[in-house]
Design a protein. Sequence first.
Length: 200
Amino acid sequence: YGAYLADGSEYRGDYAVDDAALRRFHRERLEILAPLAELVAFETIPCLREAEQIAAVLAEHPVPAWVSLCCRDDAHVGHGEPIERCAQAVLDLPCVVAVGVNCCAPVHVEGLVSRLRAITSRPLLAYPNAGERYADGSWCGDRIAPDELVALAERWHAAGARLIGGCCRTTPHHIAALDRWRRERGRSAHSASSSSECST
């Protein structure tokens, strides 16, 4: 909902609408998308209220979906609630096939993924922004380099993330670096498996 407002509130979750308006917003879009999609992604969710309304809509229309939360540090969503509490609001639904974080600072992802892994065995998402902050209508701060993103992705994977990518301000170079890393991991795993089979 916050991204639709285009005022940065997707990072804060301080929506000036009631729960019924949030539920209606998501229901209208889900009713259009559900017949056309294999999976619906609810992204950049910054508050418990919105997570709860998404859960209510998915209970009415149980289509495969993932829910990705927008966080301000390594433990809380943008509005301030613990990430575990927000994730649990949607994890009670079998149709939610994955949960995770997006559009947050890369430095916070490892801690967030670890917290999510402690409460669910479902696949975890991690696709942060490029390290800059959105403030006063513009981006500020330093963007991480593609090789820095890959180094962090190794840690996110070790913490439990399985769907890894990039959100705001990441570039095709960042995504290409992640793809190379993924391919190299696959080759290494295959080589290790082949060596093990040969030695038995």
